[in-house]
Design a protein around this ligand. Structure first.
Ligand SMILES: *[C@@H]1O[C@H](CO)[C@@H](O)[C@H](O)[C@H]1NC(C)=O
Ligand SMILES: [Mn+2]
Length: 376
């Protein structure tokens, strides 16, 4: 066989590159100078382009606030699909970033505040066995709540759901640190329904864990303070032929603000009612995106017509920024039913408002100085 010299020469650069090129520090700094940035629409998807860590497996990665995806949706009563919520919310948060994150309503940039916010990834959760799923979620929340923050406190976990049932696991996690807490619950629905309200001639213990009963279960496990819980944005139909569901809800220690109340007492009245009701107690803030009108947030598991606008919800959230919030979820985003990312965008913005409040409150307490852009 005859080998052609030009043919061999063709491979010479490959052989050389295999040897590896030496990069000086200057080379690397040149590469970073050229390529070390991301456009809003680029990059691997994390919430608001935040740093990602797999926090469950890396206990050395410290954080003040964790964004945690909980892709679970096998406890829904109507439309499934919220397992894709965390991905959709992350994608819809892409226009949020450190250098364009100043919240003019709040007067703070939560991403430039010295508070460490990490995207901790998702909890891997069984889609086959809800009993196991609840165990997995509970253990994951307890694990992350046991971590200490860079300032030696406990972290706040901001959950991207997932159907609403995950709040039970999150409350167990919060409880493992703080004991019983108040719940401030934005939702079209009560979610305090006794599991037997979902009538079935095939009763099973596993089916008691569902996205309309988790606050009943939380009450049953004494995870809530006895009288300082409050719903906001209710417009659900009730079971049966009377107000019995409200009586059950009363017995579990809840007050109620209906969607329609906004016409009578306005945003300010709603804020006042929430703040007065929970006072100085530690608060778990649970936001079901179906509190919004389906025109603003169609991509959800149990839509109800006639809800609040996104602007109204944002203003209420700004109004309650002083609450002592120790855990948060934004749930029931089911992107398969969404139009043009409406629901996911609303959820991503709601998370932004909540992060602004958490950081503002935290900053007031620990006096973390904001970093300048040059220090980043
Ligand atoms: C919780 O549920 C169990 C089983 O249904 C019941 O025996 C118990 O009394 C309940 N506890 C509370 C506080 O409601
Ligand atoms: Mn709900």
């Amino acid at each position: 066989m005859r080998l052609h010299l030009p043919f061999l020469l063709l491979f010479l650069p490959l052989v050389l590159s295999h040897e590896g090129r030496e990069y000086t520090e200057e080379d690397i700094s040149n590469l970073r100078e050229k390529w070390g940035f991301e456009y809003r629409f680029g990059g691997i998807s994390t919430f608001a382009h935040l740093q990602h860590a797999h926090c469950l497996t890396d206990p050395h990665e410290r954080f003040d606030i964790a964004i945690l995806g909980v892709p679970f949706d096998t406890a829904v009563t109507y439309r499934p699909g919220a397992r894709f919520g965390p991905r959709a919310i992350r994608a819809a948060s892409a226009r949020q970033a450190k250098d364009m994150g100043f919240n003019a309503r709040a007067g703070i940039n939560p991403y430039l505040s010295g508070v460490k916010i990490l995207d901790c990834g998702d909890i891997p959760i069984s889609p086959f066995d809800n009993d196991l799923a609840l165990q997995q979620m509970t253990e994951a929340y307890k694990e992350l709540m046991s971590r200490s923050t860079p300032s030696g406190r406990r972290p706040v976990i901001v959950t991207l759901g997932g159907d609403h049932s995950i709040a039970l696991a999150a409350l167990r996690g919060v409880n493992s640190v703080y004991g019983p807490v108040s719940v401030v619950h934005f939702d079209a629905h009560l979610d305090t329904w006794h599991p037997t309200k979902y009538a079935s001639s095939w009763p099973s213990s596993q089916s008691t864990f569902n996205h309309g009963s988790m606050f009943y279960l939380a009450y049953n496990e004494s995870l809530l303070l006895p009288t300082s819980n409050i719903h906001a944005g209710l417009r659900t139909r009730l079971s049966g032929a009377d107000m019995g569901d409200y009586a059950d809800d009363d017995a579990q220690g809840w007050a109620r603000i209906s969607t329609d109340d906004i016409d009578d007492i306005g945003v300010a009245g709603i804020v006042k009612k929430i703040v007065e009701h929970v006072g100085n107690s530690k608060v778990y803030l649970s936001i079901d995106i179906d509190v919004l009108d389906p025109g603003a947030a169609p991509g959800t598991g149990t839509p109800e017509a006639g809800g609040w606008s996104t602007r109204e919800l944002i203003r209420i959230l700004r109004g309650i920024e002083g609450l002592d919030v120790v855990g948060v979820d934004v749930v029931e985003v089911a992107p398969a039913y969404d139009w043009a990312e409406n629901t996911a965008l609303a959820a991503a913005h709601v998370v932004f408002e909540v992060l602004s409040s958490l950081v503002k409150k935290g900053r007031a307490a620990v006096k973390v100085e904001a970093k300048t852009r040059d220090e980043l």
